[in-house]
Design a protein around this ligand. Structure first.
Ligand code: PLP
Length: 280
């Protein structure tokens, strides 16, 4: 089933107007929720970020947060698979093409679930990455549909045989095309501070809590490209990548080229959050 403007419908009932501003301007926002064992993971954190994005782009929904939350639950219930994602996007809606925000457009909302398998092999071995200039705008904290810079950077990484691009702005590492990035140096986890230059990842939030629980020092101090290349461990975090070790950057091994001890500890802690029985 699909969630279309507040109702659960079949695919053929979805009718997107050719005037939808999501189509012309990428004028909208989205969220990707993770479903583990049929249940939505960190649902409230995703809803909080969704409403934060909506406020930032001045889209007002005709539904309350409680109503949207119930809709998301109903959609997830129709999924019928254990492991997946729930994709939800909201555009400003249909209006005559104009750069000015329309006064009376009705937001359009589309949601659906999709099966996703955990990248188990990569989680064990780590991924290969490259670094690229961060060419995105200065409002990366909004989960905007405008992902052209991200998709082009990701393709450049793929063309170079890498799974992700680590983005660098003015010599400092911000995040990746679809994940946050952290380094470990002398036992301390370091990542970019929240603000307009990165998305405040839900997985990043979980990792910060896990680090605190495990007594691992965690700093939102940011780090330079040089510090990235000199790190003991590097990992990226996202809803679908979880806590993913980075073992290669620009063809150079990170540390000894295998996932580090702190990364593995966080991976274990993360797994316990969604499958306590298996991890016990
Ligand atoms: N940064 C960017 C640019 C992203 O697109 C994403 C996820 O898609 C993340 C970070 C990680 O966020 P989350 O952990 O909420 O998936």
């Amino acid at each position: 089933m699909f969630l279309w403007n507040g109702r659960l419908v079949q695919e053929d009932e979805i009718q997107v107007s050719y005037l939808d501003r999501g189509y012309y301007f990428g004028d909208g926002i989205y969220e990707v929720f993770r479903i583990y064992d049929g249940k939505l993971f960190e649902k409230q954190a995703h809803l909080n970020r969704l409403f934060q994005s909506l406020r930032e782009v001045r889209i007002t929904l005709p539904w309350s947060e409680a109503e949207l939350s119930a809709m998301v639950d109903s959609l997830a219930e129709t999924f019928g698979k254990k492991d997946g994602i729930l994709y939800l996007q909201i555009t400003r809606g249909a209006a005559k093409r104009s750069h000015l925000l329309p006064e009376s457009a009705e937001p359009s909302m589309l949601g659906y679930c999709e099966e996703v398998v955990r990248p188990v092999e990569q989680l064990k071995k780590g991924i290969n990455t490259i670094t690229l200039d961060d060419e995105r705008w200065h409002k990366c904290h909004i989960k905007s549909l405008n992902l052209l810079a991200n998709t082009l950077a990701r393709q450049e990484a793929a063309d170079a045989g890498a799974e992700e691009a680590i983005l660098v702005r003015d010599g400092r590492v911000t995040e990746c095309t679809a994940s946050n990035v952290m380094i470990v140096k002398k036992g301390v986890i370091i990542t970019h501070p929240n603000g307009p230059l990165i998305l405040d990842g839900i997985t990043k939030q979980v990792v910060e809590r896990l680090a605190k629980l495990s007594g691992i020092p965690y700093r939102n101090a940011g780090f330079t490209l040089e510090e990235l290349m000199d790190a003991d461990e590097v990992f990226v975090t996202s809803t679908t990548k979880e806590v993913m070790p980075v073992t290669m950057i620009n063809g150079i091994k990170v540390g000894s080229g295998i996932p580090g001890v702190i990364t593995q500890l966080l991976q274990h802690g993360f797994e316990q959050k969604f499958k306590p029985a298996a991890a016990a």
